[in-house]
Design a protein around this ligand. Structure first.
Ligand SMILES: O=C(O)[C@H](O)[C@@H](O)[C@H](O)[C@H](O)COP(=O)(O)O
Length: 238
C-alpha cells in the first residue's frame, strides 16, 4: 500500500504555479486570521521560481508574514546559488516585500560554526510553521536532507529525518551537493499543518512513486511521506 499523498496534477508548470500560490496564500490568510501572523518555509532550486512569482502577486497582509528558506546553500545572500536570493528576487517583490525574511545563511566560515545561533533563531522566531513547500531532487532528497545524510556522521540521519525531534535545523555536507548546506529537519517541517510537495517531470514522479510504494526505501522523501502528521499535498505536472 503506497504511503498517502493528496495529489493535484496540472497540465504544465504555469497552471501548477498559480494553483499552488492560491493554496499557500489561503493558508497564510487563515493563519493570520487565527493568530495574527503566518510563517512559511520555502524550498529553493529551479522548480519553484514561477510559484514564488505567482505567490508574490497574491493579495494578503504580507506585513504579518515571516518567510524563510527550508534550506540554503552556504553562500552569501547575493550569490547566484543562494536560495535567499531566489526568494528575495521572486517572492519578496511588490506588496510581498513587506514580509519579514529569516535567512538561514549568516557570515560564518561554515554552517557548523553558525548552527547554534541558527537553531536558536529558528526555534524562537520561525516555529511552529504554518506552511512548508518542499521540492524533491531526482535522488529523492527533500530540503537538504540527502540520501547520504549521516554516512560520515552517525546520528545525523535520525536528527534530520525523525518526525518528532528536538533539532529544528542541521548543517549538512553531501556528495550530492556542491556546497555545504543548512537545512530544516523534518521535525521542524512537520510543525506546519500544510505541507506541500512540488515536483515537475516524469522522472521525479517515478522516484516519488517508487519511494511511496516501497517500504524498504531509505530515500528521504519516503521519510517525509511516512512521518508527516497528515498526508502532504502533491502538486505535480509531467
Ligand atoms: O536548495 C535546494 O536545492 C532545494 O531546497 C532542494 O531541496 C530542491 O527542492 C531540490 O533539489 C529540487 O531542486 P530543483 O527544483 O532544482 O530540481
Amino acid at each position: 500500500m503506497p504511503l498517502p499523498m493528496h495529489t493535484h496534477e496540472f497540465a504544465d508548470g504555469a497552471a501548477l504555479a498559480e494553483a499552488l500560490a492560491r493554496a499557500v496564500a489561503a493558508d497564510l490568510r487563515g493563519a493570520i486570521a487565527r493568530r495574527g501572523r503566518a510563517r512559511v518555509a520555502l524550498s529553493g532550486g529551479s522548480t519553484p521560481k514561477a510559484f514564488m512569482q505567482a505567490l508574490s502577486r497574491q493579495v494578503l497582509d504580507w506585513a504579518s508574514v515571516t518567510v524563510l528558506p527550508i534550506d540554503d546553500r552556504w553562500v552569501h545572500g547575493r550569490h547566484e546559488r543562494s536560495n535567499e536570493r531566489l526568494i528575495r528576487e521572486n517572492l519578496l517583490q511588490g506588496e510581498a516585500a513587506q514580509a519579514r525574511f529569516l535567512p538561514l545563511y549568516r557570515p560564518s566560515p561554515s554552517p557548523e560554526a553558525a548552527l547554534l545561533p541558527v537553531l536558536s533563531r529558528i526555534a524562537n522566531e520561525a516555529l511552529p510553521l504554518d506552511v512548508a513547500v518542499l521540492g524533491m531532487g531526482e535522488d529523492g532528497h527533500v530540503a537538504s536532507l540527502f540520501p547520504d545524510l549521516g554516512l560520515d556522521t552517525p546520528g545525523l540521519r535520525e536528527i534530520g529525518l525523525q518526525p518528532r525531534g528536538r533539532a529544528p535545523a542541521l548543517a549538512v555536507r553531501s556528495a550530492n551537493a556542491p556546497e555545504p548546506r543548512m537545512t530544516l529537519t523534518l521535525s521542524a517541517i512537520f510543525t506546519a499543518p500544510s505541507v506541500y510537495l512540488h515536483i515537475e517531470g516524469d522522472r521525479k514522479r517515478r522516484v516519488l512513486d517508487g519511494a511511496a510504494g516501497d517500504p524498504r526505501s531509505t530515500l528521504p522523501v519516503r521519510a517525509l511521506l511516512a512521518g508527516a502528521p497528515t498526508p502532504p499535498a502533491l502538486y505535480w505536472c509531467p
